[in-house]
Write a protein that binds this ligand. Sequence first.
Ligand code: FA5
Ligand code: MG
Length: 363
Amino acid sequence: MYNLLEKQYESDSMTNITSGVVGKMSMKLLNDRASPLSQLWTRIQTSFEELWPNQFSFHQNDNPIVSVKQNFDELLIPHHHPSRSRNESYYLNRHLMLRTHMTAHERELMRQGFKRFLIAGDVYRRDEIDRTHFPAFHQVEGVSILSLKELSNHSANFLHNSADANVIKLIDKACEAGQLEHDDRGLLKMALLDLHSKIDGLLRKLFGNVDIRWQETYFPFTQPSLEAEVFYKDRWVEVLGCGILKTSIVQAPLQEDGKIDHIAWAFGIGLERIAMILHDIPDIRLFWSHDRRFKDQFVGGNNSLHPSGHPVKFVPFSKYPPINRDISFFIPSQSDFHPNNLYEIVREIASDLVEDVKLVMGP
Ligand code: FA5
Ligand code: MG
């Protein structure tokens, strides 16, 4: 047994939660009005409301502890999937874990009857250490359940508005792939175009004119699956994953004859990546900083916007140059060494001061 934020939990062979990550759990950045992350969450809600009034409900879940069932099993994530390993996720014990994505809350909201919603929260992954990856970050998940009737009434031309020829080609290709659960490819395409128009609308509202690139990807719970990247400072940054939810995941009533009469799409956006681009924030760790030199730059800004409407740009303040350190060690040939375990030790000892860990394997 052990205590975590004033509650008792049974420990077992899966337990791997660390004090560093528990410290992050209590920061609740989405409730801190001075955090660019909470300001961005507000902007996402107002953007949705302005673009598609009264269509979506907005939710926030501040408790990242979920069951393994919610985070993985119910989302069809196979038992051998690497994200289930102790090397990639934080476990309280065999049954409970820190959510690795906000997709973990989709089913409960659908079960409560919500059809179109956004939900934000903090998520946790044992990940690599660099400027754009951190073991704690925030996601906004969006879901829309569209009735088939509604979809067939939509004018294809209207939905095509935001999609250029490349996107339409990609969507056509994604809809052709085998094993799709909805056999009307036309309606499936309409649903994907609707998803595209919502994400495209949001990204353009946030960034203004920006280069967005779409490509096909894989998630166990969606098919087809797509991801979007935004061009920023000479490179493409992945900002979100999305797709058409598999039918067994969607929690919505069926028609009287038992037929499925809906198609649902979902997306998951990383808030840090978007805020970094909007405000020129060079390092993801700064969001967790208690340093007033960081926080004061965003206080008082109207949702981190200048009166001109442009996002406040971050002004760097560190006067210390970086220092490089080499550490070398031997790994026995039979060991089950995983680099994430080394990163975890680095984090435990040096907290967030270490900017980048590069692993160089010897011959
Ligand atoms: C997911 O988490 C899926 N649940 C998204 C999804 C939802 C797909 C609904 C389909 C339907 P992914 O692991 O790619 O996907 O993460 C989504 C976004 O979170 C990424 O695009 C990125 O913006 C952000 N992200 C992922 N890992 C990190 C990290 N370590 N640090 C900061 N941001 C991250
Ligand atoms: Mg991804």
